[in-house]
Ligand binder design. Structure first.
Ligand code: BTN
Length: 247
């Protein structure tokens, strides 16, 4: 804590996740080394999607978290802590009603303002380092063909200083990740579930075959799956590619 973080600022790159992973393969990097780009030519999203972001108006950055003796089975704890960190930093900036849509989309109301893509670097059974990519829509105001997307400006009517917002998110990430090895999943989960979008509300989901069904989000399993109570009151676990919440 309190130590200076290396921040690498780029005008443009394909993807800041890719850039950090390439660096990591050749150099010894400090914990929390950050790569931030004004523009990504090939920003990546979850499940092979593309992350679109207008150059110069938003934050697209990747943070390195080095880990020691952190088992692959614990990986969802990283998602929990990163989502909590971003939620807290945005709430501290007075962004209204910041929620987490499982696994780690950050919403304001029902609009997505931030996406997170965590890529884990493994060695055997362990995660040696996590490459945490964050795309936060800040001052962009038009989102063509992205009806669910919004930005800090669109939800507050204000302009934000990108470096200041980045600084706040980095501090919050350090606060939530510094002692992640000592925290258990059970300790962190309740905080995350408090912020979970549409928890305990009847919702419509779509499965892989594009069929719609009703259910109620009840929580998250230790492997990070979504626990949904179905109409017959049976509980079912879903992985990210098996289900999408319609909202
Ligand atoms: C999602 O919601 O699908 C995740 C989006 C993650 C986007 C960020 S932007 C910075 C980093 N570099 C990438 O290529 N992707 C992540």
């Amino acid at each position: 804590m309190g130590e200076l973080t290396e921040i690498i600022k780029l005008d443009a790159t394909e993807s800041t996740n890719l850039y950090l992973k390439d660096l990591l393969s050749t150099l010894e990097l400090k914990d929390y080394t950050t790569v931030v780009a004004k523009k990504q030519q090939k920003g990546r999203g979850q499940l092979g999607t593309v992350w679109e972001s207008e150059g110069g108006k938003n934050l697209t950055f990747t943070v390195l978290k080095k880990l020691d003796n952190f088992k692959v089975q614990e990986q969802f704890k990283l998602n929990l802590c990163v989502s909590l960190a971003v939620q807290e930093a945005l709430s501290a900036l007075s962004i209204p009603n910041v929620k987490v849509k499982w696994p780690n989309d950050i919403l304001s109301g029902s609009h997505k303002i931030c996406g997170i893509l965590i890529e884990n670097m493994l060695k055997g059974q362990f995660i040696k380092s996590a490459v945490i990519g964050i795309g936060l829509n800040v001052n962009q105001t038009k989102f063509d063909n992205l009806e669910k997307a919004s930005s800090l400006t669109n939800v507050t009517g204000l302009q934000f200083d990108l470096d200041e917002v980045l600084g706040r998110i980095l501090s919050s990430l350090k606060y939530h990740l510094n002692n992640i090895q000592e925290k258990t999943f059970e300790e962190v989960l309740p905080e995350y579930e408090k912020l979970l979008f549409r928890k305990d509300k009847a919702s419509t989901f779509k499965n892989e075959e594009d069929h719609l069904f009703m259910g109620i989000i009840r929580g998250i399993s230790e492997e990070g799956k979504l626990l949904v109570e179905l109409e017959d009151e049976k509980m079912k676990e879903f992985s990210l590619k098996e289900v999408s919440l319609q909202y």
